[in-house]
Ligand binder design. Structure first.
Ligand code: MSP
Length: 507
């Protein structure tokens, strides 16, 4: 069955920033890992969240009409993904006709079941989050995320009987303690659910002209988060899949939108008689000078394309994962990113490839027959290096599987360190000074075969570099499968190009 991986759909009220790019990278790394390790396809879904007061206000400040405004923003997000080498399969927009129809159908269903009813709600609303807060959740009377004052609203609204699903949610979290990664969030959610009855959720707004109207009650607009969450279903339908694939769906989300995905979304799915997703992957925030990167804070806005131009496409995505654990927050310091890119990709990886391939081309016309190692036993250091790398590649596999791309990158670097140490110890370049020819062939054969494994394992994180290295080794990434066992095969190297230029630090 197809696996689905989703990013959140991004608010169409500004240009994409680095925090958004990171969600896409998480999804793409997993998708590429999946392509190496499974026969089932993996479909990557993303899109734009285009309704609600926040978007309308942003459009009003611009020179263009609202539809044109969201069209432009959606286009900016669509254009972003190829720039980052994120392979999107479905791009969904909440202003699409197909989505409108789905939301209306869901609404009818929830209304008919009695899960949604007309009532009244009074609460403290943050426009930035498009959500109500309780007084005790506020910090100095401000939204804990945006640090801006909340609005006291009291209005007629449709309400969703959230508490009707509390027990089922508790059971779900008790039975699937790995539903959220990192899994300590499962306990956080369970504690919240166990506190007592859940307040009904306000699911419509009055006086919001931009959004999906409540069927047969045009003064009400459906709450933008209900509209947004069900876009995952619209996207699944757009891709032509059966809704059963929800069970194979992994949602990538930032920690700020956990409650929506861990409580409201499963409750709504249960109410709509739909299956629950497979997993939530929760990531931390990127900051600049300690401040969260956010559209509302212009000082923090880095355009992902500018960073790609500076650090290269592979460099940026690699450095982001190398820099911090997925679940934690991390601060962006460009020179730190450049340092790890130069050390790990230019020196440790690309340079080793170039040196090894140059020797194979120069002294062996690009070919080394695996038979050379049957002429004498493999040297101990060859055996140990192979053993170490095989074990590391196995561990990297498990890190990828758990979305722990930080530790995957660290272990990848460590594996390349090992390969480099082996290469230096064996000094195959001394062939020019008369070093034993068979020993040099053994070194290059071992390194070339290990590089095949390492490049495959590196592909999700550095797709361009890995593809080029594999090409030189005569492999096509399109048909490559994950390998953890290093069979020493004969090699044919066709080129020895420089695949990664060192980056200049900023002053
Ligand atoms: N539209 C909602 C999501 C609806 S999903 C059904 C939304 N949009 S958003 O544009 O504000 O945020 C989208 C994602 O970007 C969230 O997961 C959020 O955590 C992530 N990021 C926004 N700023 C970020 C950082 N500074 N760092 C990392 N990711 C952050 O919420």
């Amino acid at each position: 069955m197809t696996n689905i991986i989703t990013t959140p759909i991004f608010y169409a009220n500004g240009a994409p920033h680095l925090g958004h790019a990171y969600s896409g990278y998480l999804a793409d790394v997993f998708k590429r890992f999946h392509s190496l390790t499974s026969d089932n396809p993996c479909c990557l879904i993303t899109g734009t969240d285009e309704h609600g007061q926040k978007i309308l206000e942003a459009a009003e400040c611009s020179q263009v009409g609202i539809q044109q405004f969201v069209d432009d923003k959606a286009q900016a997000f669509k254009a972003l993904w190829p720039e980052l080498a994120v392979q999107v399969d479905v791009f969904v927009r909440t202003s699409e006709e197909q989505h409108l129809k789905l939301i209306q159908t869901i609404w009818h269903k929830l209304l008919e079941k009695g899960d949604v009813y007309l009532g009244y709600y009074q609460g403290l609303y943050c426009l930035g989050c498009e959500q109500y807060y309780t007084a005790y959740e506020l910090e100095d009377n401000c939204c804990p995320i945006h640090k801006t004052p909340v609005e006291n609203k009291s209005e007629e609204t449709y309400l969703f009987r959230l508490d009707a699903y509390r027990q089922q949610l508790i059971e779900h979290y008790l039975n699937s303690s790995d539903f959220i990664t990192p899994n300590y969030y499962c306990q956080v959610i369970l504690d919240y659910l166990n506190q007592g009855p859940l307040e009904d959720l306000s699911v419509s707004r009055v006086n919001i002209p931009w959004g999906i109207k409540v069927p047969n009650h045009q003064e009400h607009t459906i709450y933008v988060w209900i509209d947004a969450l069900f876009s995952y279903i619209t996207a699944i339908q757009k891709a032509g899949f059966d809704l059963g694939v929800l069970e194979q769906t992994t949602h990538i989300i930032g920690k700020d939108i956990l409650k929506f995905h861990a409580i409201y979304w499963p409750a709504l799915l249960l109410a709509a008689d739909l299956p629950l997703p497979k997993k939530l992957i929760v990531h931390g925030w990127w900051t600049i000078n300690g401040q969260k990167i956010a559209k509302s804070n212009p000082k923090t806005l880095i355009t992902p394309k500018d960073l790609v131009d500076k650090l290269t496409c592979d460099g940026l995505r690699y450095a982001l994962f190398r820099q911090k654990h997925v679940a934690r927050d991390g601060n962006i310091v460009i020179n730190e990113l450049i340092e790890s890119i130069n050390a790990d990709l230019a020196n440790n990886f690309a340079n080793l490839v170039k040196r090894n391939h140059t020797i194979v081309l120069k002294y062996f016309a690009g070919n080394i027959d695996a038979k050379v190692i049957s002429q004498r036993a493999l040297a101990d250091e060859s055996k140990l290096t192979i053993q170490y790398c095989e074990q590391a590649i196995n561990e990297i596999f498990n890190y990828y599987k758990q979305f722990d791309f930080h530790n995957a990158s660290l272990l990848l670097k460590d594996t390349l360190d090992h390969c480099n140490r082996f290469f230096h110890q064996r000094a195959p370049w001394e062939i020019s000074k008369g070093k034993d020819n068979i020993s040099v062939q053994e070194t290059c054969l071992v390194i070339s075969n290990l590089l095949r494994l390492v490049a495959t394992a590196a592909y999700p994180l550095v797709p361009t570099l890995a593809r080029q290295v594999l090409q030189e080794l005569g492999e096509d990434i399109a048909t490559c499968q994950w390998q953890s066992v290093c069979d020493i095969k004969s090699i044919t190297i066709n080129k020895a190009l420089s695949h990664f230029k060192r980056l200049e630090k900023e002053h």
